[in-house]
Design a protein. Structure first.
Length: 152
């Protein structure tokens, strides 16, 4: 059986460790993707994202540097093997952010382009928004007290 492979990357305004932690936190993963997720930071643990649309297992974790997962969606043919997602995080001195590179291999043939768009639209764009500005989760900034404004 032939398969598709894709590579997508983006510069995210946060440290490698913060992005790694957010990706592997059920609460933060759900917050930045906008849909329920259950995930943790243990090798061998199963995860779900996008309200069960995505399932997989953490295969290798290097704190703040790399996440490797077996991965599939409900759109994979029943007889298709899990695909492999390899995410790396590299600090970018110039911007102070992190270059996140995602290699997704063994996608069922003909589905690669759809998943490339999904990673960009539902993960990378959302991560940029989530960590916008000072590199804190958007919800923390939104709930922070606003400075008092003196009226004349």
């Amino acid at each position: 059986m032939t398969s598709d492979s894709i590579v997508v990357s983006a510069l995210i305004p946060a440290s490698p460790m913060r992005i790694y932690q957010a990706w592997l936190s059920s609460e933060e993963h759900a917050a930045f993707t906008g849909s329920p997720a259950h995930i943790d930071d243990r090798i061998g643990s199963a995860f779900t994202a996008a309200d069960g649309y995505i399932t997989g297992t953490n295969r290798d974790l290097v704190e703040g540097k790399r996440i490797v997962q077996s991965w599939r969606t409900t759109e994979f043919p029943a007889d298709a093997p899990d695909s492999l997602v390899d995410i790396s995080f590299e600090y970018d001195k110039q911007s102070g952010g992190t270059e996140v590179t995602l290699v997704h291999d063994e996608i069922p043939e003909g589905q690669g382009e759809q998943y490339a768009h999904g990673w960009i639209d539902y993960y990378f764009q959302n991560l940029k928004s989530y960590f916008a500005g000072v590199g804190e989760p958007a919800r923390k900034r939104a709930t922070a007290k606003k400075p008092a404004v003196k009226k004349p």
